[in-house]
Design a binder for this molecule. Structure first.
Ligand SMILES: [Zn+2]
Length: 135
């Protein structure tokens, strides 16, 4: 059955990707990531679609690379980020909760690009909190 039209716009990632561990086919890279986390991940993240510090550090690292390679951000920020090593955010912190709620919303769409978009827009506001140790 076709999905309702109102949901079709969520299905922008139509490429089927398969799990390199068990071969399961997933509809999106986000779905595959969730599958891997759920089926092959650490016990603390099993059956859990919520953001964890492990996932976040991965996302931050990706976001960092994108910022560094983007002309949108001032050279000073990009230079500083390029030398920056993510130290993590406590899961109980307000910043983590904020990112977690963004992540939850994004997972429903299976679109991590949207997370990055929102993440970037949060960076100038929260840079010092998210990227601890940044001047
Ligand atoms: Zn698998």
């Amino acid at each position: 059955m076709a999905r309702a039209n109102s949901f079709s716009f969520l299905q922008t990632q139509s490429q089927v990707v398969s799990c390199d561990i068990c071969g399961k086919k997933c509809k999106s890279r986000g779905g595959l990531k969730r599958h891997k986390t759920a089926k092959h991940g650490q016990s603390e993240t099993r059956q859990n679609n919520h953001l964890t510090s492990i996932i976040l550090s991965e996302l931050v690292e990706n976001a960092k690379q994108k910022v560094i390679n983007s002309d949108i951000y001032p050279a000073t920020i990009r230079k500083e980020l390029s030398q920056y090593i993510y130290q993590g955010i406590e899961e109980a912190s307000k910043e983590f909760q904020q990112l977690s709620s963004i992540y939850d919303g994004v997972l429903k769409n299976g679109d991590t690009e949207k997370f990055y978009g929102k993440f970037y827009s949060a960076i100038p506001l929260n840079a010092k909190k998210v990227f601890k140790g940044l001047s």
